[in-house]
Design a protein around this ligand. Structure first.
Ligand code: HSE
Length: 428
Protein backbone atom coordinates (compact mmCIF):
# COMPACT_ATOMS: atom_id res chain seq x y z
CA UNK A 1 0.00 0.00 0.00
CA UNK A 2 1.76 3.17 -1.15
CA UNK A 3 -0.95 5.57 0.07
CA UNK A 4 -4.23 5.62 1.99
CA UNK A 5 -6.97 7.28 -0.07
CA UNK A 6 -10.17 7.97 1.86
CA UNK A 7 -13.77 8.73 0.90
CA UNK A 8 -16.15 9.86 3.65
CA UNK A 9 -19.89 9.25 3.19
CA UNK A 10 -21.90 11.58 5.45
CA UNK A 11 -20.76 15.07 6.48
CA UNK A 12 -22.77 15.35 9.71
CA UNK A 13 -21.38 15.28 13.26
CA UNK A 14 -19.18 12.19 12.92
CA UNK A 15 -18.13 12.87 9.32
CA UNK A 16 -17.14 16.44 10.20
CA UNK A 17 -15.07 15.20 13.17
CA UNK A 18 -13.29 12.67 10.93
CA UNK A 19 -12.51 15.33 8.31
CA UNK A 20 -11.22 17.72 11.01
CA UNK A 21 -8.82 15.10 12.38
CA UNK A 22 -7.66 14.05 8.88
CA UNK A 23 -6.98 17.68 7.97
CA UNK A 24 -5.56 18.94 11.29
CA UNK A 25 -3.43 15.89 12.17
CA UNK A 26 -2.36 14.93 8.65
CA UNK A 27 1.36 15.24 9.44
CA UNK A 28 1.13 12.92 12.46
CA UNK A 29 -1.04 10.42 10.58
CA UNK A 30 1.34 10.28 7.60
CA UNK A 31 4.38 9.86 9.85
CA UNK A 32 2.70 7.00 11.67
CA UNK A 33 1.32 5.31 8.54
CA UNK A 34 4.59 5.80 6.64
CA UNK A 35 2.59 6.68 3.50
CA UNK A 36 0.47 9.67 2.36
CA UNK A 37 -3.01 9.76 3.97
CA UNK A 38 -5.29 11.53 1.49
CA UNK A 39 -8.90 12.65 2.01
CA UNK A 40 -10.11 12.51 -1.59
CA UNK A 41 -13.91 12.88 -1.42
CA UNK A 42 -16.74 13.61 0.98
CA UNK A 43 -20.29 12.78 -0.10
CA UNK A 44 -23.32 14.45 1.47
CA UNK A 45 -26.65 15.69 0.11
CA UNK A 46 -25.96 19.01 1.86
CA UNK A 47 -23.03 20.53 -0.02
CA UNK A 48 -23.59 24.11 1.13
CA UNK A 49 -23.51 24.27 4.98
CA UNK A 50 -20.28 25.48 6.54
CA UNK A 51 -18.82 22.74 8.78
CA UNK A 52 -15.91 24.91 9.90
CA UNK A 53 -13.27 22.95 8.03
CA UNK A 54 -11.44 24.17 4.89
CA UNK A 55 -11.77 21.87 1.86
CA UNK A 56 -10.13 21.98 -1.56
CA UNK A 57 -12.55 22.56 -4.47
CA UNK A 58 -14.20 19.35 -5.71
CA UNK A 59 -13.72 17.37 -2.49
CA UNK A 60 -17.36 17.72 -1.38
CA UNK A 61 -19.93 16.09 -3.66
CA UNK A 62 -23.59 15.09 -3.49
CA UNK A 63 -22.85 11.92 -5.50
CA UNK A 64 -21.94 8.91 -3.39
CA UNK A 65 -20.97 7.06 -6.59
CA UNK A 66 -17.94 9.38 -6.85
CA UNK A 67 -16.61 7.49 -3.81
CA UNK A 68 -17.97 3.99 -4.41
CA UNK A 69 -16.86 3.90 -8.06
CA UNK A 70 -13.46 5.56 -7.65
CA UNK A 71 -10.79 2.83 -7.94
CA UNK A 72 -8.21 5.02 -6.21
CA UNK A 73 -10.24 5.20 -2.95
CA UNK A 74 -9.29 2.24 -0.76
CA UNK A 75 -10.96 3.26 2.53
CA UNK A 76 -14.63 4.24 2.73
CA UNK A 77 -15.83 5.87 5.95
CA UNK A 78 -19.58 5.39 6.39
CA UNK A 79 -20.81 8.13 8.73
CA UNK A 80 -24.49 8.51 7.88
CA UNK A 81 -25.89 6.17 10.58
CA UNK A 82 -29.09 4.10 10.52
CA UNK A 83 -29.75 0.91 8.60
CA UNK A 84 -30.60 2.26 5.14
CA UNK A 85 -29.05 3.37 2.84
CA UNK A 86 -25.89 2.71 4.93
CA UNK A 87 -26.22 -1.05 4.38
CA UNK A 88 -26.26 -0.69 0.62
CA UNK A 89 -23.29 1.75 0.59
CA UNK A 90 -21.20 -0.56 2.80
CA UNK A 91 -22.10 -3.59 0.68
CA UNK A 92 -21.19 -1.78 -2.55
CA UNK A 93 -17.87 -0.61 -1.08
CA UNK A 94 -16.94 -4.13 0.10
CA UNK A 95 -17.97 -5.69 -3.24
CA UNK A 96 -15.70 -3.13 -4.94
CA UNK A 97 -12.82 -4.40 -2.74
CA UNK A 98 -12.71 -1.26 -0.57
CA UNK A 99 -12.09 -1.34 3.17
CA UNK A 100 -14.88 0.13 5.28
CA UNK A 101 -14.76 2.00 8.57
CA UNK A 102 -18.08 2.84 10.22
CA UNK A 103 -19.46 4.26 13.46
CA UNK A 104 -22.90 2.79 12.71
CA UNK A 105 -24.01 0.46 15.51
CA UNK A 106 -27.41 -0.34 13.99
CA UNK A 107 -26.10 -1.55 10.66
CA UNK A 108 -23.31 -3.59 12.30
CA UNK A 109 -25.63 -5.13 14.93
CA UNK A 110 -28.02 -6.19 12.18
CA UNK A 111 -25.64 -7.06 9.32
CA UNK A 112 -22.15 -7.42 10.83
CA UNK A 113 -21.89 -11.15 10.11
CA UNK A 114 -22.86 -10.62 6.46
CA UNK A 115 -20.38 -7.75 6.01
CA UNK A 116 -17.53 -9.70 7.59
CA UNK A 117 -18.05 -12.72 5.37
CA UNK A 118 -18.38 -10.47 2.32
CA UNK A 119 -15.16 -8.67 3.27
CA UNK A 120 -13.44 -12.05 3.58
CA UNK A 121 -14.58 -12.98 0.05
CA UNK A 122 -13.34 -9.73 -1.46
CA UNK A 123 -10.09 -9.56 0.54
CA UNK A 124 -10.80 -6.39 2.50
CA UNK A 125 -11.76 -5.38 6.06
CA UNK A 126 -14.59 -3.70 7.90
CA UNK A 127 -13.82 -2.00 11.22
CA UNK A 128 -16.31 -0.29 13.58
CA UNK A 129 -14.57 0.73 16.81
CA UNK A 130 -16.69 3.91 17.07
CA UNK A 131 -19.94 1.93 17.05
CA UNK A 132 -19.60 1.03 20.75
CA UNK A 133 -18.45 3.46 23.43
CA UNK A 134 -17.65 6.27 20.94
CA UNK A 135 -14.01 7.13 21.50
CA UNK A 136 -13.31 4.34 24.03
CA UNK A 137 -11.07 1.72 22.37
CA UNK A 138 -12.94 -1.24 23.83
CA UNK A 139 -13.51 -3.33 20.68
CA UNK A 140 -9.82 -3.20 19.76
CA UNK A 141 -8.99 -4.29 23.32
CA UNK A 142 -11.43 -7.22 23.17
CA UNK A 143 -10.19 -8.32 19.72
CA UNK A 144 -6.48 -7.91 20.41
CA UNK A 145 -5.27 -7.31 23.96
CA UNK A 146 -7.82 -9.67 25.56
CA UNK A 147 -7.62 -12.36 22.86
CA UNK A 148 -5.98 -14.73 25.35
CA UNK A 149 -8.95 -14.60 27.70
CA UNK A 150 -12.22 -16.42 27.84
CA UNK A 151 -14.42 -13.40 28.47
CA UNK A 152 -17.06 -14.32 31.02
CA UNK A 153 -19.00 -11.09 31.35
CA UNK A 154 -19.39 -7.76 29.67
CA UNK A 155 -21.52 -5.09 31.36
CA UNK A 156 -21.78 -1.55 30.23
CA UNK A 157 -23.15 1.93 30.37
CA UNK A 158 -23.06 2.45 26.61
CA UNK A 159 -25.63 5.19 26.06
CA UNK A 160 -24.76 8.76 26.97
CA UNK A 161 -28.30 10.10 26.65
CA UNK A 162 -29.84 7.74 29.21
CA UNK A 163 -26.86 8.07 31.54
CA UNK A 164 -27.21 11.85 31.40
CA UNK A 165 -30.95 11.66 32.16
CA UNK A 166 -30.51 9.20 35.07
CA UNK A 167 -27.60 11.25 36.48
CA UNK A 168 -29.70 14.44 36.42
CA UNK A 169 -32.74 12.66 37.93
CA UNK A 170 -30.48 11.38 40.73
CA UNK A 171 -29.01 14.82 41.39
CA UNK A 172 -32.23 16.86 41.19
CA UNK A 173 -34.98 14.50 42.30
CA UNK A 174 -36.91 15.42 39.12
CA UNK A 175 -39.06 13.01 37.15
CA UNK A 176 -38.19 11.36 33.83
CA UNK A 177 -40.30 13.48 31.46
CA UNK A 178 -39.12 16.77 32.96
CA UNK A 179 -35.47 15.68 32.77
CA UNK A 180 -35.88 14.41 29.20
CA UNK A 181 -37.17 17.84 28.14
CA UNK A 182 -34.13 19.51 29.73
CA UNK A 183 -31.80 17.03 28.00
CA UNK A 184 -33.50 17.75 24.65
CA UNK A 185 -33.14 21.52 25.18
CA UNK A 186 -29.40 21.03 25.84
CA UNK A 187 -28.94 18.79 22.79
CA UNK A 188 -28.16 15.66 24.87
CA UNK A 189 -31.33 13.89 23.69
CA UNK A 190 -32.88 13.74 20.22
CA UNK A 191 -36.29 15.32 19.46
CA UNK A 192 -37.47 11.73 18.93
CA UNK A 193 -35.71 10.05 21.86
CA UNK A 194 -37.12 6.52 21.36
CA UNK A 195 -33.88 4.94 20.11
CA UNK A 196 -32.04 5.98 23.27
CA UNK A 197 -34.63 5.97 26.07
CA UNK A 198 -36.25 2.70 25.01
CA UNK A 199 -32.93 0.87 24.84
CA UNK A 200 -32.57 0.14 21.10
CA UNK A 201 -29.19 1.90 20.92
CA UNK A 202 -27.94 -0.09 23.93
CA UNK A 203 -29.16 -3.35 22.41
CA UNK A 204 -27.27 -2.68 19.14
CA UNK A 205 -24.10 -2.02 21.11
CA UNK A 206 -24.58 -5.13 23.28
CA UNK A 207 -25.00 -7.27 20.14
CA UNK A 208 -21.63 -5.99 18.88
CA UNK A 209 -19.83 -6.32 22.23
CA UNK A 210 -21.14 -9.84 22.82
CA UNK A 211 -20.30 -11.05 19.30
CA UNK A 212 -16.66 -10.04 19.81
CA UNK A 213 -16.34 -10.88 23.52
CA UNK A 214 -18.00 -14.31 23.30
CA UNK A 215 -16.87 -14.98 19.72
CA UNK A 216 -20.30 -15.90 18.46
CA UNK A 217 -23.01 -14.70 16.13
CA UNK A 218 -25.61 -12.64 17.98
CA UNK A 219 -29.16 -12.37 16.74
CA UNK A 220 -29.93 -8.81 17.76
CA UNK A 221 -33.66 -9.49 17.93
CA UNK A 222 -33.10 -12.07 20.74
CA UNK A 223 -31.85 -9.40 23.15
CA UNK A 224 -34.34 -8.64 25.93
CA UNK A 225 -34.85 -4.86 26.15
CA UNK A 226 -36.48 -2.42 28.58
CA UNK A 227 -35.94 1.35 28.54
CA UNK A 228 -35.82 3.99 31.27
CA UNK A 229 -39.18 5.66 30.58
CA UNK A 230 -40.78 3.98 33.62
CA UNK A 231 -38.11 5.09 36.12
CA UNK A 232 -39.57 7.65 38.54
CA UNK A 233 -38.19 10.12 41.09
CA UNK A 234 -39.59 7.77 43.80
CA UNK A 235 -37.53 4.86 42.41
CA UNK A 236 -34.37 6.96 42.45
CA UNK A 237 -35.07 8.06 46.05
CA UNK A 238 -35.76 4.47 47.15
CA UNK A 239 -32.58 3.26 45.42
CA UNK A 240 -30.60 5.88 47.34
CA UNK A 241 -32.14 4.73 50.65
CA UNK A 242 -31.03 1.16 49.97
CA UNK A 243 -27.52 2.28 48.89
CA UNK A 244 -27.98 1.89 45.12
CA UNK A 245 -27.76 4.03 41.98
CA UNK A 246 -29.95 3.32 38.94
CA UNK A 247 -28.08 2.91 35.65
CA UNK A 248 -29.15 1.78 32.17
CA UNK A 249 -27.04 -1.29 31.40
CA UNK A 250 -26.14 -3.68 28.64
CA UNK A 251 -25.54 -7.07 30.27
CA UNK A 252 -23.82 -10.01 28.57
CA UNK A 253 -22.88 -13.23 30.39
CA UNK A 254 -21.16 -16.23 28.85
CA UNK A 255 -22.38 -19.50 30.39
CA UNK A 256 -20.20 -21.65 28.11
CA UNK A 257 -22.75 -23.21 25.80
CA UNK A 258 -25.38 -20.46 26.14
CA UNK A 259 -25.28 -16.70 26.62
CA UNK A 260 -27.38 -14.22 28.53
CA UNK A 261 -28.05 -10.86 26.84
CA UNK A 262 -30.29 -8.17 28.27
CA UNK A 263 -30.72 -4.41 28.32
CA UNK A 264 -32.59 -2.61 31.12
CA UNK A 265 -32.16 -0.29 34.10
CA UNK A 266 -30.34 -1.84 37.07
CA UNK A 267 -29.93 -0.71 40.68
CA UNK A 268 -26.16 -0.94 41.17
CA UNK A 269 -24.52 -0.88 44.61
CA UNK A 270 -22.97 2.55 45.18
CA UNK A 271 -19.55 0.96 45.72
CA UNK A 272 -19.43 -0.54 42.21
CA UNK A 273 -17.26 1.45 39.72
CA UNK A 274 -20.15 1.63 37.22
CA UNK A 275 -22.28 3.49 39.81
CA UNK A 276 -19.88 6.44 39.64
CA UNK A 277 -20.01 6.83 35.83
CA UNK A 278 -22.06 9.99 35.35
CA UNK A 279 -23.45 12.40 32.74
CA UNK A 280 -22.80 11.44 29.11
CA UNK A 281 -19.81 9.24 29.95
CA UNK A 282 -19.76 5.56 29.06
CA UNK A 283 -17.99 2.65 30.74
CA UNK A 284 -17.66 -0.99 29.80
CA UNK A 285 -16.82 -3.50 32.50
CA UNK A 286 -15.26 -6.76 31.35
CA UNK A 287 -14.34 -9.93 33.23
CA UNK A 288 -11.79 -12.19 31.55
CA UNK A 289 -10.70 -15.53 33.02
CA UNK A 290 -7.03 -14.46 33.04
CA UNK A 291 -7.31 -10.69 33.36
CA UNK A 292 -10.01 -10.57 36.03
CA UNK A 293 -12.05 -7.37 36.05
CA UNK A 294 -11.29 -4.27 33.96
CA UNK A 295 -13.27 -1.13 33.18
CA UNK A 296 -12.96 1.00 30.04
CA UNK A 297 -14.18 4.55 30.64
CA UNK A 298 -14.52 7.65 28.49
CA UNK A 299 -16.61 9.71 26.12
CA UNK A 300 -19.16 7.54 24.35
CA UNK A 301 -20.39 10.12 21.85
CA UNK A 302 -19.64 13.53 20.34
CA UNK A 303 -17.93 14.78 17.20
CA UNK A 304 -14.24 14.39 18.04
CA UNK A 305 -14.35 11.42 20.47
CA UNK A 306 -16.30 9.34 17.92
CA UNK A 307 -14.08 10.56 15.07
CA UNK A 308 -11.01 9.63 17.14
CA UNK A 309 -12.12 5.97 17.00
CA UNK A 310 -12.92 6.18 13.26
CA UNK A 311 -9.49 7.62 12.42
CA UNK A 312 -7.91 4.99 14.71
CA UNK A 313 -9.55 2.32 12.54
CA UNK A 314 -8.25 3.99 9.34
CA UNK A 315 -4.74 3.94 10.81
CA UNK A 316 -5.19 0.34 11.88
CA UNK A 317 -6.04 -0.52 8.25
CA UNK A 318 -2.91 1.28 7.09
CA UNK A 319 -0.73 -0.61 9.62
CA UNK A 320 -2.31 -3.94 8.66
CA UNK A 321 -1.84 -3.39 4.96
CA UNK A 322 1.82 -2.54 5.52
CA UNK A 323 2.33 -5.78 7.43
CA UNK A 324 0.29 -7.92 5.01
CA UNK A 325 -2.31 -8.80 7.69
CA UNK A 326 -5.78 -8.22 6.34
CA UNK A 327 -8.58 -10.27 7.81
CA UNK A 328 -10.59 -10.21 11.00
CA UNK A 329 -11.73 -13.52 12.34
CA UNK A 330 -14.83 -12.47 14.22
CA UNK A 331 -18.43 -13.47 13.51
CA UNK A 332 -19.66 -16.88 12.59
CA UNK A 333 -17.33 -18.73 14.93
CA UNK A 334 -19.96 -20.23 17.21
CA UNK A 335 -23.71 -20.37 17.39
CA UNK A 336 -24.48 -19.82 21.08
CA UNK A 337 -28.19 -19.82 21.96
CA UNK A 338 -29.47 -16.88 23.98
CA UNK A 339 -31.00 -18.01 27.29
CA UNK A 340 -34.72 -17.09 27.44
CA UNK A 341 -35.19 -14.15 29.82
CA UNK A 342 -37.59 -16.22 31.99
CA UNK A 343 -34.67 -18.49 32.93
CA UNK A 344 -32.29 -15.65 33.84
CA UNK A 345 -31.95 -14.85 37.49
CA UNK A 346 -31.39 -11.65 39.45
CA UNK A 347 -32.50 -9.79 42.58
CA UNK A 348 -35.47 -7.47 42.23
CA UNK A 349 -36.67 -4.20 43.73
CA UNK A 350 -40.46 -3.93 43.89
CA UNK A 351 -42.40 -0.84 44.92
CA UNK A 352 -46.13 -1.27 45.64
CA UNK A 353 -48.82 1.08 46.74
CA UNK A 354 -51.10 -0.73 49.26
CA UNK A 355 -53.97 -0.19 51.70
CA UNK A 356 -52.49 0.83 55.04
CA UNK A 357 -54.10 -1.88 57.17
CA UNK A 358 -53.11 -4.95 59.21
CA UNK A 359 -51.92 -8.05 57.33
CA UNK A 360 -50.75 -6.41 54.08
CA UNK A 361 -47.06 -7.12 54.67
CA UNK A 362 -47.95 -10.69 55.66
CA UNK A 363 -50.03 -11.16 52.47
CA UNK A 364 -47.21 -9.98 50.22
CA UNK A 365 -44.54 -12.02 51.97
CA UNK A 366 -46.79 -15.10 51.84
CA UNK A 367 -47.17 -14.78 48.05
CA UNK A 368 -43.40 -14.39 47.67
CA UNK A 369 -42.75 -17.40 49.97
CA UNK A 370 -45.23 -19.52 47.97
CA UNK A 371 -43.17 -18.80 44.84
CA UNK A 372 -39.89 -19.67 46.56
CA UNK A 373 -38.77 -16.03 46.68
CA UNK A 374 -36.65 -15.01 49.65
CA UNK A 375 -36.89 -11.37 50.75
CA UNK A 376 -33.63 -9.56 51.49
CA UNK A 377 -35.24 -6.36 52.73
CA UNK A 378 -38.76 -4.94 53.10
CA UNK A 379 -39.77 -1.43 54.13
CA UNK A 380 -42.88 0.69 54.44
CA UNK A 381 -41.75 4.14 53.39
CA UNK A 382 -44.31 6.67 54.51
CA UNK A 383 -48.10 6.61 54.47
CA UNK A 384 -50.47 9.04 52.82
CA UNK A 385 -54.01 8.96 54.26
CA UNK A 386 -54.97 5.26 54.07
CA UNK A 387 -52.28 4.33 51.50
CA UNK A 388 -48.77 3.08 52.18
CA UNK A 389 -45.81 2.38 49.91
CA UNK A 390 -43.99 -0.90 50.42
CA UNK A 391 -40.57 -1.46 48.91
CA UNK A 392 -39.04 -4.90 48.79
CA UNK A 393 -35.67 -6.22 47.62
CA UNK A 394 -35.43 -9.96 46.98
CA UNK A 395 -32.60 -12.45 46.88
CA UNK A 396 -31.84 -13.70 43.33
CA UNK A 397 -34.78 -15.46 41.67
CA UNK A 398 -35.63 -16.33 38.10
CA UNK A 399 -37.58 -13.89 35.97
CA UNK A 400 -40.33 -16.54 35.63
CA UNK A 401 -40.64 -16.87 39.44
CA UNK A 402 -40.85 -13.11 39.81
CA UNK A 403 -43.42 -12.75 37.01
CA UNK A 404 -45.65 -15.37 38.63
CA UNK A 405 -45.32 -13.82 42.10
CA UNK A 406 -46.07 -10.33 40.78
CA UNK A 407 -49.14 -11.62 38.93
CA UNK A 408 -50.49 -12.96 42.21
CA UNK A 409 -49.38 -9.92 44.26
CA UNK A 410 -51.25 -7.64 41.86
CA UNK A 411 -54.46 -9.58 42.54
CA UNK A 412 -54.28 -9.15 46.35
CA UNK A 413 -57.21 -6.97 47.46
CA UNK A 414 -54.95 -4.81 49.65
CA UNK A 415 -52.46 -4.09 46.81
CA UNK A 416 -53.58 -1.02 44.84
CA UNK A 417 -50.75 -0.87 42.34
CA UNK A 418 -47.37 -2.44 41.60
CA UNK A 419 -45.59 0.83 40.76
CA UNK A 420 -42.09 -0.36 39.85
CA UNK A 421 -40.09 -3.51 39.26
CA UNK A 422 -36.35 -2.94 38.79
CA UNK A 423 -33.53 -5.47 38.63
CA UNK A 424 -30.91 -5.14 41.37
CA UNK A 425 -27.16 -5.75 41.41
CA UNK A 426 -24.62 -7.35 39.18
CA UNK A 427 -24.28 -11.09 39.82
CA UNK A 428 -20.80 -12.03 41.04
N1 HSE B 1 -27.24 8.16 21.11
C1 HSE B 1 -25.98 7.63 21.50
C2 HSE B 1 -25.75 7.91 22.98
C3 HSE B 1 -24.89 8.24 20.66
O1 HSE B 1 -26.54 8.64 23.60
O2 HSE B 1 -24.82 7.39 23.55
C4 HSE B 1 -23.64 7.42 20.61
O3 HSE B 1 -23.82 6.16 20.07
Amino acid sequence: MDKVVIGVIGFGTVGTGVVKILVQNRDILEKRAGVPVILKKIADLDTSSDRGVPLAPGVLTAEVSEILEDPEITVVVEAIGGENPAKSFIEKALRAGKNVVTSNKEVIAKHGAFFTSLARETGCSILYEAAVGGGIPVLHAIRNSLAGNRIEKVFGIVNGTTNYILTKMTASGADFSETLKEAQALGYAEADPKNDVEGYDVAYKLAILASLAFRCEVDYSRIYREGITGITAEDIAAARQFGYTIKMLAVGINHGNRIELHVHPVMIENGHPLATVNDVFNAIYIRGDSLGDAMFYGRGAGELPTASAVVGDIMNLAFRRQSGFIQDSEFGLEQLPVIPMDECSTSFFIRCSVDDKPGVLADISRVFANHGISILSIQQIGAHEDTATITTITHPVTEAQMKAALGETGKLRSVRNICSVIRVGLEE
